[in-house]
Ligand binder design. Structure first.
Ligand code: SF4
Length: 401
């Protein structure tokens, strides 16, 4: 038997950030206490209703509370939910249980309580060490609050990761390198550094469309990307994915590695995705629909729907074809220096990449973008920079001779 992975979506934030395309709604954790309680009840109920998805697994390997701002739930609610999960299959002491936490949303006394509950990793939404940039992004915290939370987390013994964003307008490569150096000096064992991206429907998207904001041109974006890798390498971090860096192999996020290796996972909460190796399912991004369906199930009064759907929140699904699985596997693999494993691709999809794309792969090797050996194809540093284009170049039909 194997371990299963859970993603738990908590769709609440104090305020929406300017660039954020995630499904989350603004709440005031004091005034909206009842809503947060109802949410945790609903989440626990969803987990129980979907317990059969854990058949064949003997434990939770990783649990990731993401969002949104899951720390707004506080230790007591998180503890109640973990107890529900643990009643399905155990959460062993060594499970990687991660809580995303924004500075200002975690009380000093909370960290020991989270540790007691089995949280092992804190992923801190630091984003920047510059107050001007934080304000521009629409974050609700200062750089000082961010560094303070990182220090507290490290001192408490939690594995600590910090998230950073680069590519805000006007940011120079030198400023970003300086910020990276300061972030690295905090001592977190893991850093995620993402380029600011445009998500449709966000205020930032509207500002860019209207010409009020201009994001960095492609050359500068590439320079910032390379500067990220150089600065973090110099600070002792190894890139194990284009945007993720760890001080040692044991500091890598097992939860993210599970996604990238296309392992099965269960996603709970509105907008959360699940995957069983072939079918992707997702709950709709509809908080009220989510709460209603699960509360009706609790009251034994399902409104409408056949017996099979009683109480389950509104969902949709997609069955991936071999071709889609292959594309996804290659896309995820080309974002990691460890690349793709030919045998795993074959096991998952029945397609032998070594036969199908051999000529194309050799061309990309000659171009300095791939390193090929019998078992694995790995992107070079230049290939990582083109991580999004590489799979398409690899899988496109070779030119006719
Ligand atoms: S805190 Fe995170 S999830 Fe919430 S609005 Fe900001 S970026 Fe989005």
């Amino acid at each position: 038997l194997d371990g299963l992975h859970a993603y738990v979506h908590v769709p609440f934030c104090r305020r929406k950030c300017r660039y954020c395309g995630f499904f989350s709604l603004p709440v005031d954790e004091a005034a909206d206490r009842d809503l947060l309680d109802r949410y945790v009840e609903a989440l626990s109920r969803e987990a129980m209703l979907r317990a059969r998805e854990a058949v064949g697994f003997d434990r939770w390997s990783t649990i990731y509370f993401g969002g949104g701002t899951p720390a707004l739930l506080g230790p007591a609610r998180i503890g109640r939910f973990l107890a529900a999960l643990a009643s399905i299959v155990p959460i062993p002491a060594g499970a990687e249980v991660t809580l995303e936490a924004n500075p200002g949303c975690v009380g000093e006394g909370d960290l020991p309580r989270y540790l007691e509950l089995g949280i092992r990793r804190l992923s801190i939404g630091l984003q920047s060490l510059d107050d001007g940039r934080l304000a521009w992004l629409g974050r609700t915290h200062s750089a000082q609050e961010g560094t303070r939370l990182a220090e507290l987390s490290l001192a408490s013994g939690l594995a600590t990761s910090i998230d950073l964003i680069y590519g805000t307008p006007g940011q120079t490569t030198r400023e970003w390198q300086d910020e990276l150096r300061r972030a690295a000096s905090l001592g977190a064992e893991h850093i995620s550094a993402y380029a600011l991206t445009l998500e449709e429907g966000t205020p930032l998207h509207a500002d860019v469309l209207a010409g009020r904001v201009t994001l960095p041109p492609e050359e500068l974006a590439a320079e910032l990307f390379c500067a990220t890798h150089e600065a973090l390498r110099a600070a002792g971090y190894e890139a194990y994915e284009v945007s993720n860096f760890a001080r040692s192999p044991s500091a890598r996020s097992l939860h993210n590695l599970a996604y990238w290796r296309m392992a099965p996972y269960v996603g709970l909460g509105p907008a959360a995705h699940s995957f069983d190796g072939r079918v992707r399912r997702w709950n709709l991004a509809d908080l009220q629909g989510y709460l209603r369906s699960l509360e009706e199930a609790a009251a034994g009064d399902p409104a409408g729907g056949g017996a099979a759907r009683v109480g389950t929140p509104p969902r949709d699904s997609e069955t991936l074809t071999d071709e889609q699985l292959l594309l996804e596997y290659v896309m995820l693999g080309m974002r990691q220096p460890s690349g793709i494993e030919i045998r795993r691709g074959l096991e998952m999809t029945g397609v032998d990449l070594a036969r199908r794309c051999d000529a194309r792969a050799r061309e990309l090797e000659l171009d300095g973008l791939l390193v090929l050996d019998r078992e694995r194809w790995r992107p070079t540093p230049a290939g990582l920079l083109l991580a999004d284009a590489l799979p398409l170049l690899l899988l496109e039909a070779p030119p006719e001779n």
